[in-house]
Write a protein that binds this ligand. Structure first.
Ligand code: MG
Length: 260
């Protein structure tokens, strides 16, 4: 009798447990079914292998300068580019030799660029270590030695020149390498030449956000207000020789770009 009772108890326990598991499984299936409705599995993003550090070019980047040659660039408006490579591999502006522009044209992109203001301080305000990155040959992200060197704030380092003051001043001392990381979105134009959507820039200077998806108001202007003039969907990237003043031997290294 005792044996029958034990068998009955075991059977009932098994049945209760099985039912519970079945209900649990059913509930899990239901939750997973609902969750799957908002899962996206395709298209799968392409794989990109990161560099050893975040400063190193990832596998899909175009290396524009790596300390060996600057064949990715030419002199703007033609001729032999006059910039020089120093003993330490830095690419340095030679005053009055003209801007460099990439041979390849770019639109939307992610840019990594390292630069160094000259350790020997000359000039003040806008004549101290002035250079710049001109996206699509038109939209300038300013390079300037602003360390203990005040200037108009919409023209300081980290500014979109004369359009957007940087959120903070995040420069290092002259002679130290600094880093720009930029996300640039190209402007779009209508067939008739009117602007459809403006360019945008997000900029990190030395790892610090200085422009947060800022709207670019047009091409850079020293005098007057910026305006858009229709151009190609892709244009060269320019590094500026601001050679009209007392000498601005800004140096560059480790420049890479990812077309987006
Ligand atoms: Mg400049």
């Amino acid at each position: 009798m005792k044996r029958i009772a034990l068998i009955t108890l075991a059977f009932c326990s098994y049945t209760i447990l099985a039912n519970a598991q079945s209900k649990f499984k059913s509930r899990q299936d239901s939750l997973e079914y609902e969750a799957a409705k908002t899962e996206v599995w395709n298209p799968i993003p392409k794989s990109v292998t990161p560099g050893t550090t975040v400063a190193d070019a990832p596998s899909d980047a175009i290396v524009l300068y790596n300390g060996k040659d600057f064949n990715a660039f030419q002199k703007k408006n033609g001729g032999t580019p006059g910039w020089k490579i120093d003993a330490d591999g830095a690419l340095t502006v030679v005053k009055g030799s003209g801007d460099l522009e990439t041979k390849e044209a770019f639109g939307d992109c992610q840019l990594h660029l390292e630069f160094r203001e000259p350790a020997e301080i000359k000039g003040s305000n806008q004549t101290r270590g002035n250079s710049g990155i001109w996206f699509m040959s038109n939209y300038e992200l300013q390079i300037l030695d602003n360390y203990n060197n005040p200037t108009y704030v919409n023209g300081e380092i980290g500014s979109i020149y004369k359009q957007h003051t940087p959120l903070v001043t995040a420069c290092k001392k002259p002679g130290e390498w600094q880093i720009y990381d930029v996300i640039f979105t190209a402007p779009q134009f209508k067939e008739n030449g009117e602007l459809a959507t403006p360019a945008h820039m997000t900029v990190l200077l030395n790892g610090i956000l200085v422009q947060n998806n800022a709207i670019v108001y047009g091409g850079v202007e020293w005098i007057g207000l910026p305006k858009y003039v229709k151009h190609a969907n892709k244009m060269p990237l320019i590094l500026q020789d601001h050679g009209m003043d007392g000498g601005n031997p800004v140096s560059f290294r480790n420049i890479w770009i990812r077309p987006l």
